[in-house]
Design a protein around this ligand. Structure first.
Ligand SMILES: [Zn+2]
Length: 304
Protein backbone atom coordinates (compact mmCIF):
# COMPACT_ATOMS: atom_id res chain seq x y z
CA UNK A 1 0.00 0.00 0.00
CA UNK A 2 1.33 3.43 -0.95
CA UNK A 3 0.38 6.37 1.24
CA UNK A 4 0.23 9.54 -0.82
CA UNK A 5 0.31 12.91 0.90
CA UNK A 6 -1.22 15.31 -1.58
CA UNK A 7 -1.58 19.07 -1.80
CA UNK A 8 -2.79 21.07 -4.76
CA UNK A 9 -2.95 24.73 -5.61
CA UNK A 10 -5.79 26.04 -7.76
CA UNK A 11 -6.61 29.28 -9.46
CA UNK A 12 -10.00 30.90 -9.01
CA UNK A 13 -12.21 32.88 -11.35
CA UNK A 14 -11.83 36.63 -11.29
CA UNK A 15 -15.25 37.44 -9.84
CA UNK A 16 -17.93 34.92 -8.92
CA UNK A 17 -19.87 35.73 -12.09
CA UNK A 18 -17.04 34.22 -14.15
CA UNK A 19 -17.28 30.81 -12.50
CA UNK A 20 -17.37 28.09 -15.16
CA UNK A 21 -20.59 26.11 -14.72
CA UNK A 22 -20.32 23.64 -17.63
CA UNK A 23 -20.89 20.39 -15.72
CA UNK A 24 -20.41 21.33 -12.08
CA UNK A 25 -19.41 24.73 -10.70
CA UNK A 26 -15.62 25.04 -11.05
CA UNK A 27 -14.63 27.00 -7.96
CA UNK A 28 -10.95 26.24 -8.45
CA UNK A 29 -8.90 25.10 -11.42
CA UNK A 30 -5.85 23.03 -10.45
CA UNK A 31 -2.51 24.57 -11.41
CA UNK A 32 -0.08 22.66 -9.18
CA UNK A 33 -0.04 19.08 -7.89
CA UNK A 34 2.46 18.24 -5.18
CA UNK A 35 2.74 14.90 -3.41
CA UNK A 36 5.09 12.77 -1.35
CA UNK A 37 4.90 9.03 -0.98
CA UNK A 38 5.38 6.66 1.90
CA UNK A 39 5.42 2.96 1.11
CA UNK A 40 5.67 1.75 4.69
CA UNK A 41 3.73 4.39 6.64
CA UNK A 42 6.78 5.46 8.62
CA UNK A 43 9.26 6.93 6.12
CA UNK A 44 9.00 9.05 2.96
CA UNK A 45 10.28 7.51 -0.24
CA UNK A 46 9.44 9.67 -3.26
CA UNK A 47 7.94 12.95 -4.44
CA UNK A 48 5.81 14.18 -7.32
CA UNK A 49 5.35 17.69 -8.63
CA UNK A 50 3.46 18.90 -11.65
CA UNK A 51 2.67 22.32 -13.12
CA UNK A 52 -0.70 22.34 -14.82
CA UNK A 53 -1.71 24.78 -17.56
CA UNK A 54 -5.29 25.87 -16.84
CA UNK A 55 -7.92 25.72 -19.55
CA UNK A 56 -10.39 28.17 -18.00
CA UNK A 57 -8.87 30.52 -15.43
CA UNK A 58 -5.77 31.65 -17.29
CA UNK A 59 -5.42 34.97 -15.54
CA UNK A 60 -4.12 34.76 -11.98
CA UNK A 61 -6.72 35.64 -9.38
CA UNK A 62 -5.35 38.40 -7.17
CA UNK A 63 -5.96 36.66 -3.85
CA UNK A 64 -4.61 33.31 -5.08
CA UNK A 65 -1.53 35.06 -6.48
CA UNK A 66 -0.89 36.75 -3.17
CA UNK A 67 -1.13 33.51 -1.19
CA UNK A 68 0.80 31.26 -3.58
CA UNK A 69 3.28 33.81 -4.91
CA UNK A 70 2.41 32.65 -8.44
CA UNK A 71 1.55 34.99 -11.31
CA UNK A 72 -0.21 34.55 -14.64
CA UNK A 73 3.09 33.65 -16.32
CA UNK A 74 3.51 30.73 -13.92
CA UNK A 75 0.44 29.13 -15.49
CA UNK A 76 1.74 29.13 -19.05
CA UNK A 77 4.17 26.21 -18.70
CA UNK A 78 3.67 22.61 -17.69
CA UNK A 79 1.16 20.09 -18.97
CA UNK A 80 -2.60 19.91 -19.40
CA UNK A 81 -4.64 18.64 -16.48
CA UNK A 82 -5.63 15.35 -18.11
CA UNK A 83 -1.98 14.39 -18.64
CA UNK A 84 -0.85 15.68 -15.24
CA UNK A 85 -3.53 13.62 -13.52
CA UNK A 86 -2.67 10.50 -15.52
CA UNK A 87 0.99 10.87 -14.58
CA UNK A 88 0.03 11.43 -10.97
CA UNK A 89 -2.11 8.27 -10.82
CA UNK A 90 0.65 6.26 -12.47
CA UNK A 91 3.11 7.55 -9.87
CA UNK A 92 0.68 6.70 -7.03
CA UNK A 93 0.52 3.04 -8.02
CA UNK A 94 -2.53 0.78 -8.06
CA UNK A 95 -2.86 0.22 -4.34
CA UNK A 96 -2.83 3.59 -2.63
CA UNK A 97 -4.66 5.91 -0.32
CA UNK A 98 -4.50 9.69 -0.58
CA UNK A 99 -3.98 11.82 2.52
CA UNK A 100 -4.72 15.54 2.54
CA UNK A 101 -5.01 18.29 5.10
CA UNK A 102 -8.66 19.33 5.03
CA UNK A 103 -11.36 18.22 2.64
CA UNK A 104 -11.02 20.89 -0.04
CA UNK A 105 -8.55 19.08 -2.32
CA UNK A 106 -10.89 16.16 -2.93
CA UNK A 107 -13.81 18.43 -3.83
CA UNK A 108 -11.67 20.54 -6.17
CA UNK A 109 -10.22 17.42 -7.79
CA UNK A 110 -13.68 16.02 -8.46
CA UNK A 111 -14.82 19.27 -10.06
CA UNK A 112 -11.70 19.36 -12.25
CA UNK A 113 -12.23 15.75 -13.34
CA UNK A 114 -15.84 16.59 -14.20
CA UNK A 115 -15.09 19.66 -16.33
CA UNK A 116 -12.50 17.67 -18.28
CA UNK A 117 -15.06 14.97 -19.00
CA UNK A 118 -13.28 12.46 -16.78
CA UNK A 119 -15.07 10.21 -14.33
CA UNK A 120 -15.33 12.47 -11.31
CA UNK A 121 -15.29 9.63 -8.82
CA UNK A 122 -12.35 7.92 -10.52
CA UNK A 123 -9.81 8.69 -7.89
CA UNK A 124 -8.29 6.70 -5.06
CA UNK A 125 -9.78 6.94 -1.59
CA UNK A 126 -9.07 10.20 0.23
CA UNK A 127 -8.54 10.60 3.95
CA UNK A 128 -8.49 13.95 5.69
CA UNK A 129 -5.60 14.04 8.19
CA UNK A 130 -7.06 17.14 9.76
CA UNK A 131 -10.04 15.11 10.98
CA UNK A 132 -7.76 12.51 12.58
CA UNK A 133 -5.74 15.30 14.20
CA UNK A 134 -8.86 17.03 15.56
CA UNK A 135 -10.74 13.92 16.67
CA UNK A 136 -8.00 11.59 17.86
CA UNK A 137 -4.96 13.71 18.72
CA UNK A 138 -6.34 16.94 20.17
CA UNK A 139 -9.83 15.47 20.68
CA UNK A 140 -11.54 18.84 20.30
CA UNK A 141 -13.30 18.28 16.97
CA UNK A 142 -12.28 21.76 15.83
CA UNK A 143 -10.61 22.84 12.62
CA UNK A 144 -6.84 23.23 12.69
CA UNK A 145 -4.59 24.68 10.04
CA UNK A 146 -1.68 22.65 8.74
CA UNK A 147 0.63 25.27 10.18
CA UNK A 148 -0.81 24.88 13.67
CA UNK A 149 -0.31 21.12 13.46
CA UNK A 150 3.26 21.63 12.29
CA UNK A 151 3.81 23.87 15.31
CA UNK A 152 2.06 21.39 17.60
CA UNK A 153 4.71 18.79 16.74
CA UNK A 154 7.57 21.27 16.83
CA UNK A 155 8.44 20.58 13.20
CA UNK A 156 10.84 23.12 11.80
CA UNK A 157 9.17 25.14 9.05
CA UNK A 158 11.76 26.56 6.71
CA UNK A 159 10.12 25.83 3.36
CA UNK A 160 7.67 28.29 1.83
CA UNK A 161 4.05 27.53 2.77
CA UNK A 162 1.25 27.45 0.15
CA UNK A 163 3.48 25.66 -2.29
CA UNK A 164 1.91 22.34 -3.31
CA UNK A 165 5.00 20.20 -2.77
CA UNK A 166 6.04 21.92 0.47
CA UNK A 167 2.55 21.67 1.94
CA UNK A 168 2.35 18.00 0.93
CA UNK A 169 5.70 17.48 2.64
CA UNK A 170 4.54 19.21 5.85
CA UNK A 171 1.28 17.24 5.82
CA UNK A 172 3.43 14.11 5.54
CA UNK A 173 5.64 15.19 8.48
CA UNK A 174 2.56 15.78 10.61
CA UNK A 175 0.99 12.52 9.41
CA UNK A 176 4.07 10.51 10.34
CA UNK A 177 4.32 12.22 13.74
CA UNK A 178 0.71 11.40 14.55
CA UNK A 179 1.11 7.79 13.42
CA UNK A 180 -1.65 8.21 10.84
CA UNK A 181 -1.53 4.59 9.65
CA UNK A 182 -2.91 3.36 12.97
CA UNK A 183 -6.02 5.49 12.56
CA UNK A 184 -6.94 4.66 8.98
CA UNK A 185 -9.01 1.61 9.85
CA UNK A 186 -11.13 3.82 12.14
CA UNK A 187 -11.41 6.60 9.60
CA UNK A 188 -14.85 5.80 8.19
CA UNK A 189 -16.22 5.47 11.75
CA UNK A 190 -14.64 8.82 12.60
CA UNK A 191 -16.38 10.49 9.65
CA UNK A 192 -19.69 8.88 10.54
CA UNK A 193 -19.30 9.98 14.15
CA UNK A 194 -18.47 13.57 13.17
CA UNK A 195 -21.44 13.61 10.81
CA UNK A 196 -23.76 12.21 13.44
CA UNK A 197 -22.71 14.81 16.01
CA UNK A 198 -23.16 17.60 13.46
CA UNK A 199 -26.51 16.27 12.35
CA UNK A 200 -27.88 16.27 15.89
CA UNK A 201 -26.81 19.71 16.99
CA UNK A 202 -24.84 22.36 15.19
CA UNK A 203 -24.20 25.97 15.97
CA UNK A 204 -22.17 28.79 14.64
CA UNK A 205 -21.48 32.20 16.13
CA UNK A 206 -20.89 35.40 14.20
CA UNK A 207 -19.03 38.16 15.96
CA UNK A 208 -18.27 41.88 15.63
CA UNK A 209 -21.64 42.70 14.12
CA UNK A 210 -22.26 46.43 14.14
CA UNK A 211 -25.93 46.55 15.10
CA UNK A 212 -28.52 44.39 16.83
CA UNK A 213 -30.74 44.51 13.78
CA UNK A 214 -27.97 43.32 11.50
CA UNK A 215 -27.30 40.49 13.96
CA UNK A 216 -30.98 39.56 13.93
CA UNK A 217 -31.84 40.12 10.27
CA UNK A 218 -28.56 39.85 8.36
CA UNK A 219 -28.81 37.57 5.35
CA UNK A 220 -25.73 35.50 6.23
CA UNK A 221 -27.12 34.86 9.69
CA UNK A 222 -30.59 33.96 8.50
CA UNK A 223 -29.44 31.72 5.66
CA UNK A 224 -29.94 28.09 6.67
CA UNK A 225 -27.57 25.53 5.24
CA UNK A 226 -27.83 21.88 6.21
CA UNK A 227 -25.29 21.09 8.96
CA UNK A 228 -24.40 17.84 7.19
CA UNK A 229 -24.30 18.60 3.46
CA UNK A 230 -24.22 22.42 3.51
CA UNK A 231 -27.00 22.66 0.94
CA UNK A 232 -29.60 25.40 1.37
CA UNK A 233 -32.51 24.17 3.44
CA UNK A 234 -36.18 24.91 2.97
CA UNK A 235 -37.34 27.21 5.77
CA UNK A 236 -40.51 28.78 7.04
CA UNK A 237 -40.88 32.36 8.23
CA UNK A 238 -38.54 33.56 10.97
CA UNK A 239 -40.54 34.34 14.10
CA UNK A 240 -39.28 36.60 16.89
CA UNK A 241 -40.13 34.99 20.20
CA UNK A 242 -38.17 37.48 22.28
CA UNK A 243 -36.31 40.71 21.72
CA UNK A 244 -33.13 38.81 20.94
CA UNK A 245 -34.41 35.44 19.72
CA UNK A 246 -35.91 34.27 16.44
CA UNK A 247 -36.93 30.74 15.55
CA UNK A 248 -37.69 28.81 12.40
CA UNK A 249 -38.14 25.31 11.04
CA UNK A 250 -35.72 24.13 8.36
CA UNK A 251 -35.54 21.03 6.22
CA UNK A 252 -32.89 19.35 4.10
CA UNK A 253 -34.46 16.93 1.64
CA UNK A 254 -31.71 14.45 2.40
CA UNK A 255 -30.90 14.99 6.08
CA UNK A 256 -34.23 15.82 7.62
CA UNK A 257 -35.79 18.56 9.68
CA UNK A 258 -34.18 20.98 12.12
CA UNK A 259 -35.31 23.61 14.52
CA UNK A 260 -33.39 26.79 13.86
CA UNK A 261 -32.74 29.53 16.37
CA UNK A 262 -30.91 32.83 16.24
CA UNK A 263 -29.85 34.42 19.48
CA UNK A 264 -28.37 37.91 19.54
CA UNK A 265 -26.07 38.96 22.38
CA UNK A 266 -24.64 42.41 23.04
CA UNK A 267 -20.86 42.50 23.58
CA UNK A 268 -18.93 44.76 25.99
CA UNK A 269 -17.29 46.65 23.12
CA UNK A 270 -20.67 47.77 21.76
CA UNK A 271 -20.79 45.21 18.95
CA UNK A 272 -23.17 42.24 18.78
CA UNK A 273 -22.80 38.54 18.28
CA UNK A 274 -25.37 36.19 16.79
CA UNK A 275 -25.50 32.44 17.28
CA UNK A 276 -27.48 30.32 14.88
CA UNK A 277 -28.26 26.88 16.17
CA UNK A 278 -29.77 23.83 14.50
CA UNK A 279 -31.14 20.98 16.56
CA UNK A 280 -33.13 17.97 15.36
CA UNK A 281 -36.73 19.08 15.11
CA UNK A 282 -39.02 17.81 17.83
CA UNK A 283 -42.82 17.77 17.89
CA UNK A 284 -42.73 20.22 20.83
CA UNK A 285 -40.66 22.72 18.90
CA UNK A 286 -42.88 22.51 15.83
CA UNK A 287 -45.91 23.05 18.03
CA UNK A 288 -44.47 26.14 19.70
CA UNK A 289 -43.30 27.46 16.34
CA UNK A 290 -46.73 27.04 14.81
CA UNK A 291 -48.37 28.60 17.83
CA UNK A 292 -46.09 31.64 17.55
CA UNK A 293 -46.79 31.82 13.83
CA UNK A 294 -50.55 31.71 14.44
CA UNK A 295 -50.27 34.42 17.06
CA UNK A 296 -48.55 36.40 14.37
CA UNK A 297 -45.66 37.41 16.53
CA UNK A 298 -44.34 40.43 14.78
CA UNK A 299 -41.19 40.08 12.78
CA UNK A 300 -40.42 43.25 10.93
CA UNK A 301 -38.07 41.46 8.58
CA UNK A 302 -39.34 41.29 5.03
CA UNK A 303 -36.70 38.82 4.03
CA UNK A 304 -38.93 35.77 4.06
ZN1 LIG B 1 -28.36 17.92 4.03
Amino acid sequence: MNYIFLDMEWNQPNGKANTVMSTVPLHGEIIRIGAVKSADGTTLSDKFYSCVIPRYYKKMNYAVGRVTGLGTAAMTYGVKFTLAYEQFLEWCGDDCIILTWGGEDEKILEANLAVHGMDMKAHPKFCDLQIIFARRILCDGRQHSLQSAVEHYGIEMNLRAHDALNDAYYAACVGLKMGFADYLTQYDDMIAEAERIRSEKYFRTYQNIRSASEAMYGRRIRTCRCPVCRRLMKTGKWIRTAQNIAINCAECSEHGEYSARIKVTPCPDGSFSATRRFVRLTAEFRESYEKALAENVSDISSEN
